[in-house]
Write a protein that binds this ligand. Sequence first.
Ligand code: CUA
Length: 158
Amino acid sequence: MKVYLYEKIWMWGSALLIVAFLGSLLATTFGLGIRPPSHVETIDPKAVRTDPRFAASGVTVRPDGSVRVVALAQIWAFVPNEIRVPAGRPVTFRVTSPDVLHGFQIVGTNVNAMVAPGYVSQVTTTFHRPGEYLIVCNEYCGLGHHVMAGKLIVEAAP
Ligand code: CUA
């Protein structure tokens, strides 16, 4: 069977595309740390405010130096609205919703989670660049969706 030049070009072209797609997947997964959060933990959305896991929202530093952030995404604000974490240390966000579906995206970082009522969304990341970051809700959640924003302040390590 004779293979024509155009066939060869298309074969190599499609092989190159596959390599490029796989390469971009590997680069974003391992290079940039972008991957969907896969933490499955349930919570009763009606009892969020009395649940011990969410009784106190805010930032705590654990004995090993890692940081834990407990937050609520609710109509139409993040609680707490301003979060301060240190740079260069693993930060674990735990977010849930007492009402409807929200998003928790920290613009310019790899943190982007869906916050569904009934589930605890958990994401761990390390911020290397100190500065102010915008937290936005990226799931339409009603009339005030467009004003639902918060602030993350990454402080330089002392
Ligand atoms: Cu919360 Cu959109």
